[in-house]
Design a protein around this ligand. Structure first.
Ligand code: SF4
Length: 124
């Protein structure tokens, strides 16, 4: 039985049900900038230029900061909903595409967020 007839297409081409989008939006609403571990960090670390030879090191440094961030789940939720660029919740854009694929298979949003934020997503 189809319980959710309405689906929304994200910019990346991933499809979320209305309920999944609602869950992500609700979780994203908990993002409090004043609690973010990156609030005093160098923004370049979270938006590394791929042409920068230090981009991998910068991304890894950002991911280590994200790993200890108290609002990582909300941050990741916001990035998934809004198709953000750069590193959010310790994940790269490619990793978030994989997470959206996983959500698209029907795995619960909160379970996917746990998988993604319970450990650093990027290699150090
Ligand atoms: S998870 Fe990372 S990018 Fe998101 S608020 Fe925390 S430190 Fe900043």
């Amino acid at each position: 039985m189809i319980t959710e007839a309405v689906q929304l297409m994200l910019p990346l081409g991933h499809t979320l049900t209305t309920d999944q989008r609602t869950d992500l939006t609700r979780l994203a609403s908990g993002l409090q900038a004043d609690r973010a571990a990156c609030r005093d960090g160098n923004p370049d670390d979270w938006h590394p230029d791929p042409d920068d030879p230090d981009s991998a090191a910068k991304a890894a440094r950002a991911a280590r900061t994200c790993a200890g961030c108290p609002v990582a789940r909300a941050c990741l939720s916001a990035a998934l909903v809004a198709d953000e660029q750069g590193i959010w919740g310790g994940t790269t854009e490619g990793q978030r595409a994989d997470l959206l694929d996983l959500i698209g298979t029907g795995v619960r949003v909160e379970a996917v967020l746990s998988i993604a934020t319970d450990r650093p997503r990027l290699a150090a």
